[in-house]
Design a protein around this ligand. Structure first.
Ligand code: NAG
Ligand code: NAG
Ligand code: NAG
Ligand code: NAG
Ligand code: NAG
Ligand code: NAG
Length: 517
């Protein structure tokens, strides 16, 4: 709507006035998958990312930026501007056979932009549910979609293998669609190149009289570790095979972002574009990723799971070249982008995100002082964590704290529950936060160390971003305040949605994953 109004205005006014009244910017949002803190060149990684380094150096690096520790939750918060507790998606991811999706009464970012006159496209990973057609991207605000609906597929065959519990069988089937149709012709094409090619075609074919919203949710650099040889060759110096392949995958992703930027320039769109780059969660150290020196990894509430690599780039930024240290969260993109689009958040449910544009573009103080990382009463860390699994003492201590709970008023937060809250420079963690190790890059000579876990831990993450010094005993009043805040959030949480597998999801030996209801 806003774009149309502006066009009409331009038609009625003199051309000079139209130059002043700039049309809404094109937004290209690149979401990387499982890209770790220590995997980008500008954080000192041994992996080179010349395009990301240059674009971010000419844009704004977001160095105090947070995501959720997992794929579905981060994407969910990006699309809704709301915390997981407010959508019922606080537990894990949507597995292929679970019959649920982001609640259909949530208004998503692309819906708002579409109503505001944007042309909206999604390329790559969806992972926000697909058991019904109504859950698909083309029913949730995207004019077009090319990509996959679940996660973890093969980069070449585009097949996803998943165990279907009620059928007691493991099924491998295609997961690639063009719009809502199964896309059968792309076997053998490496997805980072395939998705970049499609995104480039969208940019090239875009009519500049409409603003563009292009969401490129790359498969890179999630496992499995697969990449064309040309990308690995420069990394023969990395001894560890996982890390070496992963480095190649990062190189392919870096080239992809370079290609997208070039396409925007060639199409004459760059001057009024904003490129946003963000990871969806911390690196998975079991699959080549790394978050050193941060603690933990993907799937955990430690900084290594939730502190994300992100930057913005493009000529519309007022103070390019800045390194931004203001607190920001992935749920902030919805109000920020909607604000830039001149659109309205009317029709969304109460937002947890803030409009960060002044903070990003001009460096003003962040309006965000608090951030709920998550509260998940069902949490389990499924991956091996040698030497860092929840120790017996913590389990016992948690049980004792459950016992203590009985004597307390019901308004007390249950500190056995996996949760974390950030308030200014403070971060409170309760329950088992997930694998608590500091994991150095493979082959690195730097050592980790371990520290005893407690059911309740407080860190000053501004001065101690590595979460090494637990200081809850020094700040009893602050701890009590933060527990009240957690209880405040928990009191408004929707019940966790996590239905059992529906056997009707089975695509059969020659079918494709997709809606079954
Ligand atoms: C599942 O299948 C395996 C063999 O594929 C079999 O050994 C096992 O008993 C089955 N489990 C159930 C619960 O049927
Ligand atoms: C894709 O496959 C379909 C059906 O197999 C075929 O009709 C079509 O021509 C193919 N398109 C391309 C670009 O190969
Ligand atoms: C980038 O563009 C070049 C030239 O078109 C192409 O050969 C290459 O495969 C592209 N890279 C990626 C990762 O898409
Ligand atoms: C918000 O949306 C409602 C329903 O579509 C509409 O009646 C109302 O005028 C809108 N408000 C604003 C401020 O746009
Ligand atoms: C506290 O949370 C733990 C872990 O979710 C749960 O097992 C326990 O029943 C809870 N205790 C109370 C009193 O609700
Ligand atoms: C490389 C290294 O130092 N690894 C250690 C990390 O900490 C765990 C837990 O103390 C040890 O088991 C590892 O050997």
């Amino acid at each position: 709507m806003a774009a149309r109004k502006l066009e009409t205005l331009c038609f009625l006014l003199a051309a000079a006035a139209c130059v002043l009244a700039k049309p809404p910017p094109n937004i290209v949002f690149v979401l990387a998958d499982d890209f770790g803190w220590n995997d980008v060149g500008y954080h000192g990684s041994e992996i080179r990312t010349p395009n990301l380094d240059l674009l971010s150096a000419r844009g704004v690096r977001l160095e105090n930026y947070y995501v959720q520790p997992l794929c579905t939750p981060s994407r969910n918060q990006l699309m809704t501007g709301r915390y997981q507790i407010h959508t019922g998606l606080q537990h894990e991811i949507i597995w292929p056979c679970q019959p649920y999706c982001v609640p259909l009464d949530e208004k998503l970012l692309p819906q708002i932009l579409m109503e505001a006159g944007y042309r909206t496209h999604a390329v790559g990973k969806w992972h926000l549910g697909m058991y019904q057609r109504a859950c698909l991207p083309t029913h949730r605000g995207f004019h077009t979609f090319f990509g996959y609906l679940t996660g973890s597929e093969d980069y070449y065959s585009h097949q996803r293998c998943s165990f279907i519990t009620p059928l007691n069988l493991s099924r491998c089937a295609l997961d690639l669609r063009d719009g809502e149709e199964v896309a059968v012709n792309f076997t053998g094409q490496y997805s980072t190149e395939l998705f970049t090619q499609r995104a480039t075609q969208i940019i090239t074919g875009h009519t500049p009289d409409e603003p563009l919203f292009l969401y490129v949710a790359l498969q890179a650099v999630h496992a499995p570790l697969q990449v064309p040889k040309r990308f690995i060759e420069p990394y023969s110096f990395i001894q560890n095979e996982h890390r070496r392949k992963y480095a190649g995958m990062v190189a392919a992703m870096d080239e992809a972002v370079g290609n997208l930027t070039l396409a925007l320039k060639d199409a004459g769109l760059w001057d009024n574009s904003l490129l946003i780059f963000s990871t969806d969660n911390g690196g998975q150290t079991l699959s080549g990723g790394n978050n050193w020196p941060l603690r933990g990894r993907k799937w955990t509430l430690w900084e290594g799971g939730v502190r994300g690599v992100a930057f913005v780039s493009g000529p519309i930024i007022e103070q390019p070249g800045a390194v931004n240290q203001e607190l920001m969260h992935i749920s902030d993109w919805l109000p920020t982008i909607v604000g830039l689009a001149g659109a309205s958040t009317n029709g969304t449910k109460p937002l947890d995100g803030f409009d960060m544009w002044d903070t990003i573009s001009r460096g003003t103080a962040s309006p965000r002082v608090e951030l709920l990382h998550n509260i998940d009463p069902l949490f389990m860390d499924m991956s091996p964590c040698p030497g860092g699994d929840a120790p017996e003492e913590l389990v016992q201590e948690s049980l004792r704290s459950v016992g203590r709970q009985v004597d307390l008023r019901a308004s007390e937060f249950n500190t056995s529950v996996h949760a974390a809250l950030r308030f200014r420079n403070w971060k409170l963690l309760t329950g088992y936060p997930g694998c608590p190790l500091w994991i150095p890059p493979p082959g690195g000579s730097r050592m980790n160390s371990s520290a005893a876990l407690k059911p309740l831990m407080l860190f000053d993450v501004q001065n101690d971003p590595e979460e090494r010094e637990e200081i809850s005993h020094q700040h009893p009043e602050l701890v009590s305040f933060l527990l009240k805040r957690l209880q405040f959030y928990q009191s408004q949480a929707k019940p966790v949605q996590f239905p059992p597998d529906d056997p009707r999801c089975d695509p059969g030996p020659s079918g494709a994953w997709g809606p079954w209801q």
